[in-house]
Ligand binder design. Structure first.
Ligand code: ZN
Length: 211
């Protein structure tokens, strides 16, 4: 079932996610619906607060696809390839971060806006998978950036909160005054951003240049 994705300034996006005690059948269903919603919206990640659920749950699939929708593994870093995707992540905790990178991010809750955000280049994290099993993940690349972005949602934080004060306010005021761009405008912005991302992708790999 495709769920409604809340958009800034919906106050539910500001609520912190609560840790799950165990992965119940209801939470499994929520995770499956979130994956379906993410794919329907052409997103690469979605956190439970974005669908109005204050739970520490996020789903991710950063695998690049060609025009026919086939997964192109060459687009992934060596570390990213070792992580099984799609990822369903409960109660994530980052245990290690290394180096810094920047990336032009967007968000299904702030459609049509893309801005450069500072993130850690490499992360290690522990979490519970969809079967409630504890897992450890070590990655760089877009997967590391996406995980950090989605984990912000669990704290009620959006990527537009991480910009300079001036830039952040400019975007928030524009949305509150004029609303969001049309679906066509968003699609155009998104494809332009995708091209820019493709060019920036190498920068996000720890192992870049070593192959
Ligand atoms: Zn987001």
């Amino acid at each position: 079932m495709v769920l409604e994705v809340l958009k800034f300034p919906d106050p539910r996006l500001r609520k912190k996610g609560v840790a799950v005690e165990s992965v119940t059948p209801e939470l499994k269903t929520l995770a499956e619906n979130m994956l379906e919603t993410m794919y329907a919206e052409n997103g690469i990640g979605l956190a439970a607060p974005q669908v109005g659920q204050s739970v520490r749950l996020l789903v991710i699939d950063t695998r690049p696809r060609d025009e026919d929708g086939n997964i192109v593994l060459e687009g992934l870093t060596e570390l990213e390839r070792q992580v099984p995707q799609p990822l369903v992540v409960f109660n994530p905790e980052i245990t290690v971060t290394r180096e810094k990178t920047t990336y032009e991010e967007g968000c299904l809750s702030v459609p049509g806006f893309f801005e450069t955000v500072d993130r850690a280049l490499y992360i290690e994290a522990k979490y519970l998978d969809i079967n409630g099993q504890e897992q450890v993940l070590k990655t760089d690349g877009l997967l590391a950036i996406c995980l950090q972005h989605e984990m912000d949602h669990l704290e009620g934080k959006l990527f537009i909160d991480r910009l300079s004060f001036i830039k952040s306010n400019r975007i928030k005021n524009r949305i509150q005054k004029h609303g969001y761009p049309t679906a066509d405008e968003v699609a155009e912005e998104r494809s332009e951003a995708r091209e820019r991302r493709k060019a920036a992708r190498e920068k996000t790999a720890v192992t870049a240049g070593s192959k």
